[in-house]
Design a protein around this ligand. Structure first.
Ligand SMILES: [Cu+2]
Length: 261
């Protein structure tokens, strides 16, 4: 059933491409010869959230913040002009309060007995100034990712998954496309085949309990059913860490992760 749905979606996507693009060239896709993965079976029950709690905390950084490499965009002057000054790699961003930005925190284990609705709202991945915005983000599996190109140049979006199907699509200025990943996978690197400095990371999760740290390094996983959980934090340079946490009914737990530079 789900298998059929996937194929129907693919056919509709292919049919709709020439209609959607107006005068511009349609996005071209180099499909890999891997078989498309089917959606993972969801046989769990909806969680009872009447006694839900939460886990919040922050991702600390210890040591000296590394100097980030400068990105030279001279080959794309229109992109360079979108930035006020020099552009640096976003690999490691240490916040003023000694925390890490762009860390992905999620519940890795403890929710297997549940199933969750796929959000109908898409998440946007923008290409702006020859950079991906956001640099790190999460979606639920099957949730749509709307990919936009606000640059006056062509990009080629190329996710490199292990559990999902690999693809790459060239997208000219002003075009939009929508994609999703059917299987849980933390994290999927995304690159641009045209601009080697462009990198993004997407975490595909089978439930809604994930967060990306921002300028204060904090995260909050709200409305979590009581239970025993393994929380994982992922960072593109410093790797992963895990912690166990037990959430009692209506309880809020605080935990901290710490990476060393
Ligand atoms: Cu690009």
């Amino acid at each position: 059933m789900l298998h059929h749905k996937f194929h129907l979606g693919l056919v509709l996507f292919l049919v709709s491409v020439p209609l959607a693009c107006g005068g511009g060239a349609p996005p071209t896709e180099e499909a890999s010869d891997q078989a498309p993965p089917t959606e993972e079976a969801s046989q769990g029950v909806a969680p009872d959230l009447s006694q839900a709690g939460a886990v919040s905390g922050k991702v600390n950084f210890q040591g000296e913040a590394p100097q980030m490499a400068r990105i030279r965009m001279g080959a794309e002057p229109d992109c360079e002009a979108k930035h006020d000054g020099p552009v640096y790699s976003q690999e490691v961003i240490v916040n003023d309060n000694g925390t890490l930005k762009n860390a992905f925190v999620w519940v890795k284990e403890g929710l297997e007995q549940y199933s969750f609705e796929t959000p109908s709202e898409p998440v946007t991945l923008a290409q702006d100034g020859c950079r991906y915005l956001p640099h790190v983000f999460g979606v639920q599996r099957g949730q749509e990712i709307k990919i936009t190109n606000g640059d006056p140049t062509t990009h080629n979006i190329h996710p490199l998954p292990q559990q999902n199907r690999e693809w790459n699509i060239s997208q000219s200025s002003g075009q939009e496309m929508t994609r999703s990943f059917p299987r849980q996978e933390v994290m999927i690197p995304v690159k641009c085949n045209i601009h080697p400095w462009m990198k993004a990371y997407v975490g595909v999760v089978s439930h809604p309990y994930f967060a990306v740290t921002g300028e204060d390094g904090s995260f909050e996983l709200k409305n979590l059913p009581p239970g025993d959980y393994t929380l994982q934090v992922w960072h593109e340079k410093y790797g992963t860490q895990e912690q166990q946490v037990t959430v009692a009914p209506q309880e809020s737990q605080e935990i901290e992760f710490s990476f060393e530079g």
